[in-house]
Design a protein around this ligand. Structure first.
Ligand SMILES: C[S@@+](CC[C@H](N)C(=O)[O-])C[C@H]1O[C@@H](n2cnc3c(N)ncnc32)[C@H](O)[C@@H]1O
Length: 289
């Protein structure tokens, strides 16, 4: 079933949900409808797990278009509900009508993440592009972040570790006490936590090493440059993360953010930056006491 859902969502991946022509553009995969009918005949609804996977497929698609939108737990629950209603109805009522209603509800749901003037600018555009939101191999991250794994203090947390958690997975294989968090985790494992970083509490003085490659700090930088309304939230979280370092613990991340790092208390933190490539640097913050 999940493969069929993935295919169905993929068919309409480029639709601009804010387009004024929204109702005309969607495509429907007949195999997917047949599968839903099949479930209905067997008196089964869509399972919780299928809904969770559906929600993650939709979120991945959205993050592929704009990685900086911040979807929280309550939004995810609403998103799952939209799909549950649609899947239930699709097996009983006129398919086109259900899909029109579905896209309108999705559009309303999505509009909370964008200012009105931005939505209005998009009205005339029927399709949408995408941005790069890459995940890197563990070895590449170890190289970029200049990690000497044997010397990393534990426990280790990787913030925004990617849906497959490449780095924490490798660190575990190398015998380290490591976990990763990300807003989307492909396959649940005890050391991979599916959570928005704003919903995760970084406990005071808990972590020996905190890592974040092109994720939390990259979003903080984006917010600093483009979205001042949300900046305070990021700054508060950044402070919480620093406070979560054990004495002598280290926070290692890309990209560097000198505009903020330069304000940190020099007695409490030792900071070093190294250029990696094309204006992107990595930062190492060591708590001194
Ligand atoms: C460019 S990827 C980098 C992934 C990984 N660190 C790597 O280097 O391969 C950024 C990651 O941050 C995650 N992310 C973005 N916003 C997030 C949020 N609010 N909470 C948790 N994870 C988030 C994305 O899902 C994505 O996996």
């Amino acid at each position: 079933m999940e493969k069929k859902i993935e295919k169905q969502i993929g068919l309409n991946r480029n639709i601009n949900l804010f387009s004024s022509n929204l109702n005309k553009n969607f495509q429907i995969d007949n195999d997917f409808i047949a599968e839903l009918l099949n479930l209905k005949i067997q008196n089964k609804g869509i399972s919780r797990e299928s809904l969770r996977k559906t929600r993650n497929i939709v979120l991945e698609t959205l993050y592929g278009i704009n990685q900086y939108i911040n979807v929280q737990q309550k939004d995810m629950i609403e998103l799952e509900e939209i799909y549950k209603v649609t899947f239930d109805k699709l097996s009983t009522v006129n398919v086109s009508e259900v899909m029109i209603d579905h896209y309108q509800r999705l559009s309303t749901w999505l509009s909370r993440f964008y200012p009105n003037h931005f939505i209005n600018q998009l009205r005339e555009q029927e399709t949408i592009g995408s941005v790069l939101n890459e995940e890197y191999s563990a070895d590449f991250q170890i190289y970029i972040l200049d990690l000497v794994v044997a010397n990393l203090d534990e426990p280790i947390i990787d913030i925004g570790c990617g849906k497959t958690g490449n780095l924490p997975c490798k660190l575990k294989e190398m015998g380290k006490d490591a976990v990763g968090i990300d807003r989307i985790i492909e396959e649940e494992k005890d050391y991979l936590i599916e959570k928005n970083w704003f919903d995760f509490y970084f406990e005071n003085e808990k972590w020996g090493t905190i890592i974040s490659n092109m994720s939390f700090v990259n979003h903080l930088l984006y917010t600093y440059e483009n979205d001042n309304l949300n900046l305070e939230k990021y700054l508060i979280k950044f402070k919480e993360i620093l406070d979560a370092l054990k004495p002598c613990g280290r926070f290692i991340y890309t990209p560097s953010i000198p505009f903020l790092e330069n304000y940190l208390d020099g007695k409490k933190y030792r900071i070093s930056r190294d250029l990696i490539i094309n204006g992107i640097s990595r930062t190492l913050i060591e708590r001194t006491t």
